[in-house]
Design a protein. Structure first.
Ligand code: CA
Length: 228
C-alpha cells in the first residue's frame, strides 16, 4: 500500500509538530503548513489524502483554505476549532469540512479520527469502483461510479461527506432516518453530542440541491423527499 499523506495546517508550532510526529508514528507522510496561502499551495503540490486544518491562521483563515482546496479537489478535512466557537464550526462544516475536533484534544483522539475518516473515504472509493448503479429518484440523479450528482439536469458539486450522506438518504427515500443513525452510518462514530454535524451537512445539501429535497422531522431526523 502506498504511504498516505496528511497535510497539517496549523500556525502554532508546538501543536503542528506534535500532531505531525504522532501521524508519522502512525505511518503517514506528513507536511506542515503554517498559514493560509502556503496551505493551499501545499495541498496543490502534495495532493494529500487528508487535511488537518486549524481555523485561526495568518494570511487567510482555515475556512477560506477549506473552500479553496475543496474547490480544486475533494479531500477529507478534519477541522480544529477553539472551544466555544460554534459559529466557526457551523461555517466550517458548511464549506466542506468532514469532521472536527475541539481544542485541546488528545493526540490519541486525533489519530483515531484521522483513521476513521480515511476508512470512510476508502470504503466510499471502493464502492465507486464496483460499478455501483446510478440512483434515479424523480429529478435527482446520483451517479455513484463517478460520484456526480444532478438535479433537474444541473450538476451540483458536493464534498465527499455530503455525497455519502445523500446516497445514504437516497437508499431509503421517504423514510425518516434518525440523526444518531446517520452519524453512525455515514461518519462511523456514535456520539450523540455531535448530531449538529449532521444538521450542517443537511443544510449544505439543501443549499446545493434545493430546500425541498430533504424534510426535517423535528426531534427525530431527516427524510429524502422525491419530486416526480
Ligand atoms: Ca492557529
Amino acid at each position: 500500500m502506498t504511504e498516505r499523506r496528511v497535510l497539517v495546517v496549523e500556525d502554532e508550532r508546538t501543536i503542528a509538530e506534535s500532531v505531525a510526529a504522532r501521524l508519522r508514528a502512525e505511518g503517514f507522510g506528513v507536511r506542515i503548513a503554517g498559514d493560509g496561502p502556503s496551505a493551499v499551495n501545499a495541498a496543490r503540490e502534495m495532493r494529500p489524502d487528508l487535511v488537518v486544518l486549524d481555523i485561526m491562521l495568518p494570511g487567510f483563515d482555515g475556512l477560506e483554505v477549506c473552500r479553496r482546496i475543496q474547490a480544486e479537489r475533494p479531500v477529507p478535512v478534519l477541522m480544529l476549532t477553539a472551544r466555544d466557537d460554534e459559529n466557526d464550526l457551523l461555517v466550517g462544516l458548511a464549506v466542506g469540512a468532514d469532521d472536527y475536533l475541539t481544542k485541546p484534544f488528545s493526540l490519541r483522539e486525533l489519530a483515531a479520527r484521522v483513521h476513521a475518516l480515511l476508512r470512510r473515504f476508502e470504503r466510499a472509493a471502493a464502492a465507486a469502483r464496483d460499478d455501483a448503479p446510478t440512483i434515479r429518484l424523480g429529478d435527482l440523479e446520483i451517479n455513484q461510479a463517478e460520484r456526480r450528482v444532478r438535479r433537474a439536469g444541473v450538476e451540483a458539486h458536493l464534498t465527499p461527506t455530503e455525497f455519502d450522506l445523500l446516497v445514504h438518504l437516497a437508499g431509503r427515500p421517504r423514510t425518516v432516518l434518525p440523526r444518531t443513525q446517520l452519524l453512525a452510518d455515514v461518519w462511523g462514530w456514535a456520539d450523540e453530542c455531535s448530531t449538529r454535524t449532521v444538521d450542517s451537512h443537511v443544510k449544505a445539501l439543501r443549499r446545493k440541491l434545493g430546500g425541498d429535497l430533504i424534510r426535517t422531522v423535528h426531534g427525530v431526523g431527516y427524510a429524502l423527499e422525491v419530486r416526480q
